[in-house]
Design a protein around this ligand. Structure first.
Ligand code: GSH
Length: 324
């Protein structure tokens, strides 16, 4: 685990001392947009036109943020348009690696050893954390974006004219509601599990833990009234929640001490998670080997023995009671 400073790799854990034991996530820096015609998107530069075969997605199968982009690639019919390299689940002194002996596919484009080499290829004096996902432009040999919430928006609509897939997970008329629930879920649940697990003071842990379970209770109640987070329409808000929920019982309950209760113990959440898991193509994006191995093996200050637990034994392909 580490970061680049002026293009040089430094092995360094998150600094929680300056924030009383509280984990603060760094904002993504590379924020260009693929658009149908190459016009600039909401931020960054233009010149990234949607084209078949032009872009490459670097992901970890363990990472909930990267998982969102993989789900959108699948449900938006982009598998033949955007190919993928998968990093090893083991993220230690060199950060994310392409070690094939440790379950990486390797870097299909440059055969790099480490993810940080792609960040410095993009910008020789880059300073910042080296995160996944990364959306790479093969033509310009540079990073389009390293922000998952924006990559899924590009996948949602920039390629529609090529793929003919018009499914819309961020429909205009629901945007305010989606933005509102996203902000709540990001703060309390998506990032909330990390704030709980990475807290280095009792106070910061208890604060994040309380917020997390209050938020899960609220979502459980919402799902007793609605089919999905925003009424009866499946939206990006559901996929953004899903990637945290599917890791919860396997990792966050134990490793991140989010142990007030499991997702399986919530009547609505446990059915909702199955409805999403069973959505066409999604199950194959979920890899519990990578998920468990990454967290338990990489965070040695939380789990110094690096022993990966065997359980839990949960079948997400069983019947659920949600309409589909
Ligand atoms: N804002 C980013 C966050 C991505 C992120 O934090 N990814 C984690 C993996 S789950 C990572 O690569 N962490 C490495 C690090 O922080 O050094 C996004 O949503 O795309």
């Amino acid at each position: 685990m580490g970061l680049l400073v002026n293009g040089q790799w430094h092995d360094k854990w998150y600094d929680t001392k300056s924030s009383n034991g509280e984990f603060k996530r760094e904002a993504a820096q590379l924020r260009n947009w693929i658009t149908p015609d190459g016009e600039p998107g909401l931020s960054g530069e233009g010149g990234f036109m949607a084209q078949k075969g032009r872009y490459h997605l670097y992901v970890s199968l363990a990472c909930p943020w990267a998982h969102r982009t993989l789900i959108f690639r699948t449900i938006k019919g982009l598998e033949e348009y955007i190919d993928v390299s998968i990093v090893s689940p083991d993220m230690l002194e060199n950060g994310w690696t392409f070690d094939k002996a440790a379950s990486s596919t390797g870097d299909a484009l440059y055969d790099s050893e480490f993810m940080h080499q792609l960040y410095s290829k993009n910008k020789a004096d880059y300073t910042g954390r080296v995160t996944v996902p990364v959306l790479w432009d093969k033509y310009q040999q540079r990073i389009v974006s390293n922000e998952s919430s924006e990559i899924i928006r590009m996948f949602n609509d920039a390629f529609n004219h090529l793929t003919g897939n018009a499914l819309d997970f961020y429909p205009q008329h629901l945007r305010n509601s989606i933005d509102e629930i996203n902000a709540f879920i990001y703060e309390n649940i998506n990032n909330g599990v990390y704030r709980t697990g990475f807290a280095t003071s009792q106070e910061a842990y208890e604060q994040a833990f309380g917020q997390l379970f209050n938020a899960l209770d609220k979502v459980e109640h919402l799902l007793s009234e609605n089919q999905y987070l925003v009424g009866d329409t499946l939206t990006e808000a559901d996929w953004r929640l899903f990637t945290t929920l599917i890791r919860f019982d396997a990792v966050y309950v134990g490793h991140f001490k989010c142990n007030k209760r499991t997702i399986e113990s919530y009547p609505n959440l446990s059915n909702y998670i199955r409805a999403l898991f069973q959505y066409s193509g999604v199950a194959k994006t979920v890899d519990f080997y990578h998920i468990k191995r990454h967290y338990y093996f990489s965070h040695t200050m939380i789990n110094p023995t690096q022993v990966v637990p065997q359980g839990p034994d949960i079948d997400y392909s069983t019947r659920h009671n949600r309409a589909s």
